[in-house]
Design a protein around this ligand. Structure first.
Ligand code: PGA
Length: 245
């Protein structure tokens, strides 16, 4: 099965830096059988869209935004429109990243609306789930994942495409990557929970993925790709991750 390698650029890279990245990416990465996805910041989305379209890549190359509202337009100051992303040729909407949950207080019910709205536009929601260190230490991982998945997907359509990113909160941006055993266990759990809920979706791992740990992690059962933050900002490191299998 193909793997999905996704870059989460968070609040980095201006439109100009985005164009520069893609002009070099074109030379650096020659493709393969896997899918590569970029999530630039919303202000750089048009630069990404144009660069990606002009590239005419011979492999699956897609983009999306890191967050979008539950409606296409209206009086929602500061929000992003998934419909605009679709108009620009985007494919994915990242939903419920732990930074959205923790810094911006987004709750599962709100995320469920975003998942449903994304699917209604025939875009692909990439729902992020993951436990905090406190929840892990209290042995609540399964419970937390089950709630985040059941609640986040309660309005999702089973016959529409969906992707999941499992990102343990304590591993994001900390350099503390989950061990292969931990990744294997939680990806198995996410797979089982999705099955119980009637969904089937690729499950990406995220949290301090780097060129030196990617090859080990990508071979774990039910790891269908990565969501990469810090190491996706530089061409050399993201390229190595995309070539880890
Ligand atoms: P990181 O971020 O790779 O820098 O840990 C991952 C993410 O937040 O998606």
């Amino acid at each position: 099965m193909k793997k999905i390698f996704a870059a989460n650029w968070k609040l980095f890279k201006s439109p100009q830096e985005t164009r520069e990245f893609f002009s070099q990416w074109k030379e650096a990465f020659n493709g393969g059988k896997n899918e590569i996805v970029f999530f630039p910041s919303a202000i750089s989305i048009e630069a990404a869209s144009t660069s990606i379209q002009e590239m005419h890549a011979k492999y699956e190359l897609n983009f999306g935004v890191q967050n979008a509202f539950t409606q296409a337009q209206g009086a929602f100051t500061g929000e992003n429109s998934a419909a605009v992303v679709k108009g620009l040729g985007g494919k994915y909407i990242l939903i419920g990243h732990s930074e959205r949950r923790q810094i911006f207080g987004e709750k599962n019910d709100f995320l469920a609306e975003k998942v449903a709205f994304t699917q209604s536009l025939d875009l692909v929601p990439m729902l992020c789930v993951g436990e905090t260190l406190q929840e892990r230490e209290a042995n609540k991982i399964f419970e937390v994942l089950k709630t985040q998945l059941a609640d986040g997907l309660k309005k999702a359509e089973k016959n529409k495409t969906l992707a999941i990113a499992y990102e343990p909160v304590w591993a994001i941006g900390t350099g503390k990557v989950a061990t292969p055993e931990q990744v294997q266990q939680t990806h198995q759990d996410v797979f089982e929970i999705l099955k119980q809920l009637g969904f089937s979706a690729p499950i990406l791992y995220g949290g301090s993925v780097k060129p030196d740990n990617a090859a080990g992690l990508i071979r774990i059962p039910h790891v269908d790709g990565f969501l990469v933050g810090g190491a996706s900002l530089e061409i050399a490191s993201f390229k190595k991750i995309c070539e880890s299998i």
